[in-house]
Design a protein around this ligand. Structure first.
Ligand SMILES: [Zn+2]
Length: 435
């Protein structure tokens, strides 16, 4: 392209109000000299037509073209007011596509937000791709992401509310583990919000911020067997059915299996589980649903237990977990009651401390566990899926320190709907009409 503006080049750039003066490929990057098409502007102070006062070039990064990074050399116009009585003397032009002192065009900032939010790319990776700092990208994520979160229609249409506790920060030597509570739309399968803490007060505050209509539409609440939640629900959601869903009950039982396994390892080997230890090697098999194990898995499980569980306590805990799973697999409430009786009978009989504690928790939550069947097996899929997404975002974020950023990232990934352009198919899925 020559030193004159190119109409097709400008169309390809597609940046409102700008034209391309020249384009050059340097070191694999497009260097585009651009300018605005404005020729006449009035002074903001007096309205008299301004006179050009030279140009100043600023460089900003724009979206890639043809897979190549793009740098815009914007020949920014300076204007001057000639009106003697006017206070305004000179100014530089302003455009909406590029903010003052920006290093990225606005559309690039929006795209950075989409990559970090929707695609869960690491902020550092996006920053590297665009040749800017981490803070620049994070600012773009906040600027473009916050309105999506604050959209008042975002929380519409929720009928089944799930409450889930996840760890936010693992304990360090200086600080205890910090928890957050995730609020999930179990029908729509999306994260509604995240509140810092897993206490009654935290959930209470969130529910308190909802309208009466919104609360009235919630028919079922599925939760973690954590006492604080239940009491938080009483006032605003007294009309809803409370369910301890499959996912949370099994997670609780799995924790018990893990505890007994660790205690047994310590008692028999005198140290924490290591790679070659028989129980450590079957730790994942112990947590898996029994009917989903392969023949080989079952053989390994039996062999590991025969070697590493001389007192039979791990087997007992494992059996307890499977019996609790049976309560959820039961065919209707009456059948679930019988399964529950088998579970209690087992826990009372084997005398494993951790299992007895589990049985006590289950007794406390018995009505909510059985309610699982009367709500037509309130799905735990979304909670489970949400937990996987949370883990993914956490992994990408390399452990968050800042709750605000964490909430923003998670909600952008699994709590908002992204408007995306549907790309036209070049080849249809139907047989060609012309042979
Ligand atoms: Zn003026």
């Amino acid at each position: 392209m020559g030193q004159h503006s190119s109409a097709s080049g400008s169309r390809l750039l597609g940046l409102d109000g700008f034209q391309v003066v020249s384009a050059e490929l340097q070191g694999g990057e497009w260097q585009l000299i651009v300018q605005t098409t404005a020729t006449v502007v009035g002074c903001a102070g007096c309205g008299v037509p301004a006179t050009p006062h030279g140009r100043r070039t600023v460089r900003v990064r724009d979206l890639p073209i043809g897979g190549r990074p793009v740098v815009l050399w914007w020949r920014k116009r300076l204007w001057r007011c000639r009106e003697p009585a006017c206070q305004v003397r000179t100014w530089t032009e302003r455009v909406t596509a590029i903010g003052p002192r920006a290093v990225l065009t606005q559309r690039t900032r929006a795209e950075a937000c989409r990559r970090v939010g929707k695609d869960a790319h690491a902020v550092a990776a996006v920053a590297r791709d665009l040749g800017v700092g981490w803070a620049t990208i994070m600012r773009a994520v906040r600027d473009y992401g916050t309105p999506l979160l604050e959209d008042p229609t975002r929380l519409n249409g929720v009928t089944t509310l799930g409450l889930d506790e996840t760890t936010f920060l693992k304990a360090t030597r200086r600080a205890p583990t910090r928890y957050v509570t995730g609020l999930v739309d179990l029908e729509g399968g999306r994260l509604l919000d995240l509140v810092a803490d897993r206490t009654r007060a935290a959930v209470d505050r969130w529910l308190g911020a909802r309208t009466r209509d919104w609360l009235a539409r919630i028919g079922t609440v599925a939760l973690d067997p954590w006492r604080g939640y239940a009491s938080a629900l009483v006032a605003p959601l007294g009309h809803a059915r409370v369910v301890v869903d499959h996912f949370h009950a099994v997670r609780l039982a799995n924790t018990v299996v893990d505890q007994v396994r660790r205690r047994t390892q310590q008692a028999t080997l005198g140290h924490r589980g290591r790679k070659p230890d028989p129980l450590y090697r079957i730790r994942k098999l112990l947590l898996a649903a029994h009917e989903q194990l392969t023949q080989r898995g079952r053989v390994r499980l039996r062999a590991g237990l025969a070697l590493g569980d001389p007192t039979g306590e791990v087997v007992a805990a494992w059996q307890g977990k499977e019996l609790l799973r049976g309560v959820y697999a039961a065919d209707g409430t009456a059948d679930a009651r019988r399964a529950l009786a088998r579970f209690y009978h087992w826990c009372d009989g084997v005398g494993v401390a951790e299992l007895s504690r589990l049985a006590r928790t289950v007794r406390t939550w018995e009505a909510e566990i059985l309610a699982f069947h009367s709500t037509g097996g309130c799905s735990n899929g979304p909670t489970e899926a949400m937990n996987l997404l949370v883990k993914k975002v956490k992994r990408v974020g390399h452990g968050f320190r800042n709750f605000g950023n964490y909430r923003l990232r998670l909600l952008l990934h699994c709590g908002v709907r992204w408007q995306t352009h549907r790309t036209a198919r070049l080849r249809g899925r139907y047989p060609r009409l012309v042979a």
